[in-house]
Design a binder for this molecule. Structure first.
Ligand SMILES: [Zn+2]
Ligand SMILES: [Zn+2]
Length: 254
């Protein structure tokens, strides 16, 4: 017997339940049916390999042992579901009685949208931060009392495109700068009190072409200059009678 080359008991590329290597999951939406391949997972104590869908069907019926070797799959059912979520099982498919805080945390870390499924009383700062860090769509699920300056700023820093659902009094000038820098198109979301000349200057600094979004009564020579300095092609946005003026000035500065 060669101890250094043990015979592999089971093929790691084969599912211990359906005994296939590949397996397609088919589901129907209306008339159409869709099919996609299942993933092979093996994060369990016995190290046997399963398709995610095959194992899901097995443990949703309260089985806790490996269908192949009968060992416990995990120290307890919550940990088992934790493995499943880690392997890609959707949070809504985990029976509610096994959804621990760590499972919520893992799910929210994978997709911030999962915050919407976390019970209100568990939506704390940690989960909310995690959610907004990885989903631009999750801010609306942050409880009102947690919409602090810090969380709002972090959200805008990461997802400058959206300030809806944000309490108006928490929107600072710096947040508005983040928004216009990342996407000037969302200018309409900026509270009027922050739509200042300084803000438009920041906007033009991020892209000279945004000069066209500045209200015409605020477009002065320095602003046009800034725009052309950032993007020389923004010269087409400058009124004809001051173009040569601006080009001359920029040339002499270089
Ligand atoms: Zn299978
Ligand atoms: Zn096993």
């Amino acid at each position: 017997m060669n101890l250094f080359n043990p015979v592999k008991e089971k093929d790691e590329n084969q599912c211990s339940i359906c005994l296939e290597t590949t397996h397609n999951t088919t589901f129907n939406i209306g008339e159409q049916s869709f099919s996609f391949p299942s993933h092979l997972i093996h994060p369990f104590l016995c190290r046997h390999t399963f398709h995610d869908i095959c194992l899901y069907k097995w443990i949703i019926n309260n089985h806790t042992t490996c269908p192949y070797c009968r060992q416990e799959l995990a120290p307890n059912q919550s940990e088992l579901w934790m493995h499943m979520v880690n392997a890609g099982t959707l949070l809504e498919h985990v029976p509610p009685e096994f959804r621990t805080y760590d499972i919520y945390k893992t799910a929210v870390g994978k997709d911030g949208y999962n915050l919407s499924i976390v019970p209100m009383e568990l939506r704390n700062r940690e989960l909310c931060m995690l959610a907004i860090q990885n989903s631009g769509d999750s801010f609306k699920y942050v409880p009102e009392e947690l919409k602090t300056q810090e969380i709002c700023e972090e959200f805008v820093r990461l997802n400058g495109s959206s300030m809806e659902h944000m309490p108006d009094e928490l929107i600072t000038f710096n947040m508005c700068v983040d928004v216009v820098r990342q996407c000037g198109l969302y200018l309409s979301m900026i509270p009027p009190r922050h739509q200042t000349y300084e803000l438009y200057t920041e906007m033009v600094r991020s892209s000279g072409h945004m000069i066209c979004m500045v209200p015409s009564d605020m477009r002065d020579l320095p602003l046009y200059e800034e725009a052309v300095k950032q993007n020389i092609t923004a010269i087409c946005r400058v009124p004809e009678h001051i173009r040569s003026n601006i080009l001359h000035k920029i040339n002499s500065q270089e």
